[in-house]
Design a protein around this ligand. Structure first.
Ligand SMILES: C[S@@+](CC[C@H](N)C(=O)[O-])C[C@H]1O[C@@H](n2cnc3c(N)ncnc32)[C@H](O)[C@@H]1O
Length: 350
């Protein structure tokens, strides 16, 4: 990616620590610009080839001179390419801002600028001072309740999670063969993208998609479209109450990082109650790395703090958490994405 310049850095100071710090301080401007471009869908308008800003403004319902300034700023950080006469085209980064790209981040970019998420990050200071969730402080209720009360934002959040799963599923499947199991439950599986990918990769496997009723309500047609209707069950419920029992494998992707210790242990214990001693638990999460590196996972950790007063965990933290939930950690398998598979079995006597 092209370097993100600070707004007022001159050529001579671009590499100075001061200019580099300014670039980091102003990173919020890039986030918001990407959010607006994703909301307007301008990258999708470039899929069939370059277009000038006048036609982009007309189709996206935008103020043309302002859209031009947005597009040229994003072109300066490598998201679009600006040619002559204010004509823009997609770069490899911009292609990922289209809705249909395999690694699409369009819905994630739409989500980060929704009022609940954007305003909550504005209260990060509250988290650091108190250890409480900024989302709860900002919205008055926890992030899950807020989204339940704001269906438009919830729909964007759900589609953002699906987009992330689309981008990550391939890496997960390259790292782990689910064909060794006869049945699998995706606990908190969202709209089912990862489960669909797992079932398509393992033709003898049967699956259960388990999530909250409002999330799984529209999941069945996508399984049917992939010819998976007779190999999948869609079950609504809460992982604090019960999950479908006696399957061979239980997958939880991006679930435990949403919850602090007490609730995460409760979720694990719910799974443990449903599982035979021979079953396998596959937790798919970021595993936080050593000091002075691994910014992606460490900022994701801050995001968990802002949203839920929760966290990304290190390997030893996973080992302890799993033990408290009734599991023994067997191995941590990295993938080529930021996610790892944390594989565990019911602990003897648990
Ligand atoms: C961060 S998303 C991850 C979704 C999916 N596993 C993925 O990776 O795309 C967390 C999921 O947990 C689900 N969830 C939250 N509370 C739940 C509950 N009490 N019972 C079941 N699912 C829940 C949400 O609906 C959401 O789909």
């Amino acid at each position: 990616m092209a370097a993100t310049p600070s707004t007022n850095a001159g050529a001579t100071e671009e590499m100075s620590p001061s200019a580099e710090l300014m670039r980091l301080v102003n990173a919020y401007q890039v986030s918001q610009a990407l959010h607006v471009a994703a909301t307007l869908g301008v990258a999708d308008l470039l899929v069939d080839g370059p277009r000038d800003v006048a036609s982009l403004a007309e189709t996206s319902g935008s103020h043309m001179p302002s859209l031009y300034r947005l597009m040229r700023a994003l072109a300066a950080v490598g998201v679009f390419h600006e040619g002559t006469d204010r004509v823009f085209s997609l770069t490899p980064l911009g292609a990922c801002l289209t809705g249909d790209a395999p690694g699409s981040r369009r819905n994630y970019a739409r989500w980060i600028g929704t009022p609940g998420q954007w305003r909550s990050w504005g209260n990060l200071l509250h988290c650091i001072r108190t250890g409480e969730s900024a989302a709860k402080f900002t919205c008055g209720v926890d992030a899950w309740t807020y989204r339940a009360q704001n269906p438009e934002e919830r729909a964007i959040f759900d589609s953002a999670m699906t987009g992330n799963s689309r981008a990550e599923a391939e890496a997960v499947l390259a790292a782990f063969d689910f064909g060794r199991f006869g049945s699998v439950v995706d606990v908190g599986g969202g709209q089912g993208h990862l489960l669909r990918a797992i079932l398509l990769a393992a033709p003898a496997l049967r699956g259960v998609l388990f999530d909250q009723a409002q999330v799984v309500a529209t999941a069945a047609p996508a399984f049917a479209a992939d010819g998976l209707a007779d190999r999948v069950e869609v079950v609504a419920g809460s992982f604090f109450d019960a999950v479908p029992a006696q399957r061979d494998a239980y997958v939880m992707k991006a679930i435990l990082h949403d919850w602090d210790g007490r609730e995460a242990i409760e979720i694990l214990r719910t799974c443990r109650r449903a599982m035979a001693a021979s079953a396998t638990l596959i937790v798919i999460e970021r595993v936080v790395g050593p000091p002075n590196e691994d910014a992606e996972r460490k900022f994701s950790d801050l995001n968990m703090m802002v949203q839920y007063a929760a966290l990304e965990r290190t390997g030893p933290e996973f080992r302890d958490l799993l033990a408290q939930g009734g599991f023994a950690l067997r191995e941590i398998i990295p993938t080529r994405s930021p996610l790892s598979l944390v594989v565990a079995h019911p602990a003897a006597g648990a």
